[in-house]
Ligand binder design. Structure first.
Ligand SMILES: Nc1ncnc2c1ncn2[C@@H]1O[C@H](COP(=O)(O)OP(=O)(O)OP(=O)(O)O)[C@@H](O)[C@H]1O
Length: 586
């Protein structure tokens, strides 16, 4: 189960866990880099200890001495230790004495804090709620970061570089300066945005002293797969330890998964989602394809992401700094196609602009030309396109000067081009020229098991587009979404999410705000009873076919109708589903 696309929030919508797949949504521009004031250990503080050498964690209690007598702290001290190039290792100082009563702590200790430690190359970033500090670990042997009510304070022992681990950490040693204002009024949810942020999350731990319940366990993470809920640390030792163990194991799984997937922790540059073998294959194909100049043919049903992936391929190619030009053949008037594509010279035809006009091949020079809906290109123009693709040169309409076509072509279609070749509506030679590197994108219904990954990818974008506060999806809402047999078009899912984001009055979308397509269509226009009935029937059959991957017999059984009846209705409503053969209707 893929876990790196999860965002876990507590009941206050503070981010508790950020899967590495979600880090790209964090708006770093909202968190100003700040330094923090001098401070001391206080009740419930968290100490994060980062060490750049050594592998034996036992030194923490020995060499990195904490003078407990100096620290007025009635809480146990949580020490998270991150060793450069090793995973985070949370350690509870079991021997640390608590003073005072728990009840007193509730008001004074921060109630909910999410602490994450992110490593990117030599940099370690510690985030506490909206605050964040980064350290270049190669510069220091040791860094101690203290988190308390006021935020993050850090301590880099001045003489540490000379004296190794001999330094004793005392409260007076924490010196720095603070800019509290820079983090005030930042709603954590504002941080969820779509800035690409390449980093690997190594650990995320929330301490919560107010609510003693434990809401999460290894099982809930593993079984539910997605959890937008509260992780809280109970005050009981054993429970804290359990949670930390779970987090540890979870982090191990995470890093193992990432390593399996990307070798040495590399990012999936294509924003692909899905965890089946075929997605790894698809990813490999995209990686290979984007690294070359070969023409790529993207096929797949409407709304499966062909345009989206064409852009991603461009972004990952050597041509990424040059233009990406999208031509949708279906959207350009037939008589204008040639001049739009190749441009024209002055006087080429009546109405031609003075000085001529550059075409899309000119505009895409050095970059990528995305030939969308290639199946729609008229036969008359197919020959010319073939010629350009072969000779890499072209003439403007009415022109005599040969121009260089320095473009990489990506074509896309939802048509069956091979069939079109047979029917003679698509040139065979052009088909072979385009079909050098075909990549088929599976429809949504074949990737339903990881639909949550797509949602966590697109929901922040939807909110940004609508200019509304980012919203999150709760666990039950996600379950409801998963129950619907999404056919193939991602746009359908986007519409549902968009509507839910608009309807939602809260920070987390409740299940009731998810209006699934079959319920929604009735609201669109008034219908007669007959139309309503037919719509219901049509939708029910479509759903059943999706549910049973096009198996009409199973769908008929599920709908409790006869075999002939379902065949008749599929024909009557012209329901198209992959796998329905023409023969079936005879
Ligand atoms: N991997 C993805 N991550 C996030 N959003 C995606 C992804 N793939 C597709 N989408 C979104 O799904 C919608 C449909 O995708 P897109 O327009 O690329 O499909 P298409 O196959 O080109 O459709 P058509 O054939 O109708 O032109 C878009 O809004 C796109 O942003």
């Amino acid at each position: 189960m893929k876990k790196d696309n999860h965002i876990i929030t507590d009941q206050n919508d503070n981010i508790v866990f950020l899967g590495d797949g979600t880090l790209k949504y964090i708006r770093r521009d909202l968190v100003k880099p700040v330094a923090y004031p001098s401070g001391s250990f206080e009740k419930g503080n968290v100490l994060i200890y980062i060490c750049n050498s050594g592998r034996d964690y036992s030194f923490i209690s020995k060499e990195f001495k904490i003078d407990y007598n100096e620290i007025h702290c009635d809480r146990r001290l949580l020490v998270i230790s991150a060793i450069f190039s090793e995973e985070i290792r949370p350690i509870i100082k079991q021997d640390f004495k608590c003073e005072g009563k728990n009840e007193e702590l509730i008001d004074t200790i921060y109630e909910r804090k999410s602490v994450s430690v992110i490593r990117k190359g030599k940099n370690i970033t510690v985030r506490v709620d909206a605050q964040k500090m980064s350290f270049d670990t190669s510069k220091y042997k040791e860094i101690a970061i203290l988190i308390d009510d006021n935020g993050i304070k850090y301590f880099i022992p001045k003489d540490m570089e000379e004296n190794g681990f001999e330094k004793t950490l005392r409260k007076k040693d924490f010196n720095g300066y603070c800019d509290q204002e820079s983090i005030q009024n930042i709603n954590l949810k504002k941080l969820i945005h779509n800035n690409i942020y390449e980093a690997i999350l190594r650990g995320a731990i929330l301490t919560d002293f107010k609510d003693a319940k434990v809401f999460i366990s290894k099982e809930t993470i593993e079984l539910k797969g997605i959890l937008y809920n509260l992780i809280s640390f109970d005050e009981e030792d054993s429970l804290i330890q359990n949670i930390i163990d779970d987090n540890l194991k979870y982090n191990k799984i995470l890093s193992k998964e990432s390593e399996d997937k990307y070798g040495s922790m590399q990012y999936n540059s294509f924003r692909l989602w899905g965890n089946e073998g075929k997605f790894r294959e698809l990813e490999k194909l995209l990686q290979k394809g984007s690294a070359t100049n070969a023409t790529i043919l993207l096929t797949g049903e409407s709304g499966t992401g062909k345009t989206f992936l064409a852009r991603e391929i461009h972004k990952c190619s050597k041509r990424k700094d040059k233009p990406f030009v999208h031509i949708n053949y279906a959207a350009i008037a037939y008589h204008l196609l040639e001049s739009e594509l190749f441009g024209y010279e002055e006087g080429a035809f009546t109405g031609a602009k003075k000085g001529g006009k550059e075409g899309l091949f000119d505009m895409a020079f050095g970059g990528t030309l995305f030939l969308d809906e290639i199946g729609e290109i008229p036969l008359t123009l197919q020959g010319k396109l073939l010629e350009v693709m072969q000779s890499k040169t072209y003439y403007r309409v009415g022109g005599t000067k040969k121009r260089k076509a320095d473009v990489r072509c990506i074509a896309a279609t939802n048509k069956n081009l091979a069939e079109m070749v047979k029917e003679k509506s698509f040139r065979e030679d052009l088909y072979y020229r385009i079909n050098v590197f075909p990549i088929e994108i599976p429809p949504l219904r074949e990737r339903l098991d990881c639909i949550h990954a797509l949602i966590s990818d697109i929901l922040p974008e939807i909110c940004e587009r609508l200019e509304i506060e980012p919203v999150l999806i709760g666990y039950q809402t996600m379950e409801k979404i998963k129950e619907y047999p999404w056919p193939g078009n991602i746009r359908e899912l986007e519409n549902v999410l968009e509507k839910a984001a608009i309807l939602c009055d809260e920070k987390v979308i409740p299940p009731d705000d998810i209006i699934l397509p079959e319920h929604d269509q009735f609201a669109l226009k008034p219908m007669t009873l007959k139309e309503l009935k037919e719509n219901c029937e049509k939708q029910a059959i479509r759903n059943a076919l999706n549910l049973f991957h096009g198996d009409k017999i199973k769908a008929a059984q599920y709908l409790d109708i006869g075999r002939t009846a379902i065949f008749d209705k599929i024909k009557k409503y012209a329901i198209i589903y992959e796998g329905i053969e023409e023969n079936d209707f005879r």
